[in-house]
Design a protein around this ligand. Structure first.
Ligand SMILES: O=C(O)c1cccc(C(=O)CC[C@H]2O[C@@H](n3cnc4c(=O)[nH]cnc43)[C@H](O)[C@@H]2O)c1
Length: 232
């Protein structure tokens, strides 16, 4: 069984339009798509909802999932290289709000408490993901042409050009911003469950201009993504 996690019912309905009933927030339902047994969970928006409801779901389900797939919208710093309606696979999840604020800025390991610690691996604000390995463990193969992108996960969305610029300066290699990915990736790391995150670009980060948003294209891309992933 694969656990498909969405923040909102709209993302779920766009990705799996054949589902007759979409779960309510904090709920999950079984579903079958192209011989893949799925459990579909809606967490609600943001990292706290994501971690809490994934944790509840994993603790309650009888079956341990072969993997967790997170599918949702995201903002892009550069909508020329990552166009509205395009798809990205998360290669890294970054939690830019974790650590100790000092006169020199935020220091991720400034408190000394890792968010995850096992053998040599200590996670403060970054998780390196292994999407190809995760897909294989889930019996899936990732289509060619989906770019691998480092992503920021925030509780407070970058809503101004200044905030977007600040994030780009702090994390120049980050390409997309979302709200749930890091929390879900961290939960899966703690439980040793393969994790795969697919995001479609719905907007330019930091802009509230209508021209910099295309939610409809973002939703359509989620539908294409699930078809390519589950029916390949
Ligand atoms: O359904 C709608 O019409 C609608 C209108 C505006 C926004 C939404 C969302 O679902 C967006 C929140 C959701 O998507 C991720 N997201 C998208 N863009 C960004 C961003 O620029 N920065 C951070 N997160 C973003 C996020 O993961 C939320 O879960 C729907």
């Amino acid at each position: 069984m694969l656990l498909c996690v969405f923040a909102t019912d709209k993302e779920c309905a766009a990705a799996l339009p054949e589902m007759h009933t979409v779960p309510a927030q904090g709920q999950w339902l079984p579903h079958v798509r192209a011989n893949h047994e799925l459990t579909v969970l809606i967490t609600g928006v943001g990292p706290l909802n994501a971690a809490m409801h994934l944790g509840r779901c994993l603790a309650t389900l009888g079956d341990r999932p072969a993997g967790v797939i997170n599918c949702g919208l995201a903002g892009a710093f550069d909508t020329t290289s990552h166009r509205l309606g395009s798809l990205c696979i998360a290669a890294e999840e970054i939690n830019p709000e974790y650590g100790l604020y000092t006169p020199d800025g935020l220091v991720p390991d400034g408190l000394g408490f890792a968010q995850y610690e096992q053998d040599e691996q200590r996670v403060f604000d970054r998780i390196q993901l292994e999407p190809y390995t995760a897909a294989t463990a889930m019996g899936l193969s990732l289509p060619q042409g989906w770019p691998l992108c480092p992503m920021l996960s925030v509780a407070g969305v970058s809503g101004t050009a200044e905030r977007a610029q600040e994030m780009q300066t702090r994390y120049p290699h980050a390409m997309l911003e979302n709200m749930e990915g890091f929390a879900l990736a961290l939960s899966c790391l703690h439980e040793s469950i393969p994790f795969l995150e697919l995001r479609s670009v719905s907007n330019k980060i930091g802009s509230r201009e209508k021209a910099d948003w295309n939610i409809v294209a973002g939703f359509s891309a989620l539908g294409r993504a699930m078809t390519m992933l589950l029916e390949a």
